[in-house]
Structure formats: C-alpha cells, structure tokens
Design a protein around this ligand. Sequence first.
Ligand SMILES: NC(=O)c1ccc[n+]([C@@H]2O[C@H](COP(=O)([O-])OP(=O)(O)OC[C@H]3O[C@@H](n4cnc5c(N)ncnc54)[C@H](OP(=O)(O)O)[C@@H]3O)[C@@H](O)[C@H]2O)c1
Length: 283
Amino acid sequence: MITGKTLITGVIGHPIEHSFSPPMHNNAYKLMNMDYKYVPFHVEVENLKHVITSAKTLNIKGLNVTIPHKTTIIPYLDEIDETAEKIGAVNTINFKDGIAKGYNTDGIGAIVSIEKYTSLKDKNIMIIGAGGASKAITFTLLNKNINQLIVANRSKDNAQKLITNLKNQTNFENIDFINIKKTDNVIDDVDIIINTTPIGMYPKDEVAPPIKTDKISSKHTVMDIIYNPLETQLLKQSKKQGATTIPGTHMLINQGIKAFKIFTGKTPSYESFEKPLLKHLQG
Ligand SMILES: NC(=O)c1ccc[n+]([C@@H]2O[C@H](COP(=O)([O-])OP(=O)(O)OC[C@H]3O[C@@H](n4cnc5c(N)ncnc54)[C@H](OP(=O)(O)O)[C@@H]3O)[C@@H](O)[C@H]2O)c1
C-alpha cells in the first residue's frame, strides 16, 4: 500500500515501458518489508534538464538512468562518483540532503557477475564492442589486476578512442585492438570473452554470433551482456564447445542490486531480483 510515508525511487529513459528494473526493485522492497516504490518515468531528451530539480522537489530518493540519458544527464548533477566520471556515464543517481550524486553500477555489475565464476587476476580478457557498456566494463576491469585486455571491434576508430581513453585514465598499458573478424588469431591466448555488442539480441536472436566460436573451448569463460534471449547464439555455441557461460541477466541483476544499495543502504538478495526478471523474460 502506498501511504504518505512511502519513499519513491525509479528509472528515467526513453523509451521506458520495457524496462525490467521496476519488477526487480519492487519485488525486493516487498520481500524486505520496505516502504518504497520504484516507478518508471518516461523522460524525453528535451525535458532532461528538468529532471534533477523536479526529483528534488518531489523528494525522490533515487533514480536509475537508462538509454539515451546516461551521458547527457551528467551536467545536471551536483556531484559525480570518480568511477562514473572516468566512464563518462551515469546509471544511478542518489538524492541526499538536497545533493544529486551520480554513480555507474554497470561496470561493477558485470565484474561481480564474472567473479562468481572465475577470478580476473592475471587473466587475458577479450571484450567485443567499444560502445557505452564496453567503456563501463573495461574501466572497472582495469582495477582487477588483469594481465591483458583486447578490444575486438568493427570500427577501429571507436576501439582506438576507447583504448586511448583507458590508457590515459589508468596506469594500464597492455591493451590491444583486434578486428572483430580476426579474433581467431588471439582466442587461444584469451581466458575470458565478453560480448557487449547487440549482435544476437531479440528479435534478431538467430543471427550468427559476433565472433567465430570454433576455437572456444573449456578453458574459456564467455559472458554475453545481452539478456534477451536468456541464452544467445554466442553462449549456446560456446557452451557446446565446453566453455563456462554467463548470461546477461547476471549483469542486469548485479547492477540493479548495487543501485538498490546506493538508494537504500540495504542489499537485496540475488533471488529477489532474479525471480521477477526471469518471469518477465520468459513471458
Ligand atoms: N546486461 C546489462 O545489464 C546491460 C547493460 C547495458 C547494456 N546492455 C546491452 O549491451 C548492448 C550494447 O549496449 P551499448 O550501450 O554499449 O551500445 P553502443 O554504445 O551502441 O555500442 C555498441 C557496440 O556494438 C558494436 N556493434 C553494433 N552493431 C554491430 C554490428 N552489426 N556488427 C558489429 N559490431 C556492432 C558497435 O561497433 P562500432 O564501434 O563498430 O559501431 C559498438 O562497439 C545492448 O545489447 C544492450 O542491451 C546490457
């Protein structure tokens, strides 16, 4: 029941009606007996400038930020966490004592998901894609004592921009580019593969994986950050080759759990987020 004491959190985006965050957060509030509600807010690009002042006026406690506002929201914030600033994108805003502070939980959400299966220390990691999600994940990865990062991408320019940015912002130099069509040349030397391109996402879930999978084997851990379908062609083929596979739902859940903690100070169970997500994804 919503009362005068109920606290409001939510997510802003455009479009927003297909967001999986409301069922995940609201289920956790319910199971934890917390008097909070999580609401989707459809915010058009031209109205973004009003969001922070409006949220403060309405005493909103926290907002997630999704496509297309993750970067353009930054100038309207009062403060930004160091990692989010380096990534250049915010997916979580906390409102406290009249201050709106931005965070990025996408990178840490991905890292926590991988570490559940394998350690990152001294590993050679290939990330496919050089867009927003890749940026969040790679910045966070470089704090984990990995050995090497390879960015496999279609556009060399976009990959080089990311690599230069990563090298400038960290002390890590062992980062190389490879054309997305030539990953066969390096796959034997790689331990962990992360797909951050939308190739294989519903409704185009039958297309070939973003990279050739013949050389993937039981020594590899393969994560696809696509969460619809639950098992992409990349994960299906990698599993057949004996690899350990991690679906994109894990990152989605873990980034949400980190945001929930920022909003409320409490950590919900993984299952409280997973159950409603799987229900929605499985229709
Ligand atoms: N699980 C989660 O929690 C989570 C969180 C965030 C995002 N995601 C998912 O991650 C995916 C990417 O999001 P993003 O925000 O990073 O997108 P983005 O900024 O648009 O970047 C997309 C990347 O994919 C590459 N790409 C796109 N289409 C391609 C194609 N046909 N062939 C080869 N490469 C292609 C692009 O290559 P170029 O540089 O060559 O253009 C770029 O590197 C989406 O599917 C999104 O749903 C999942």
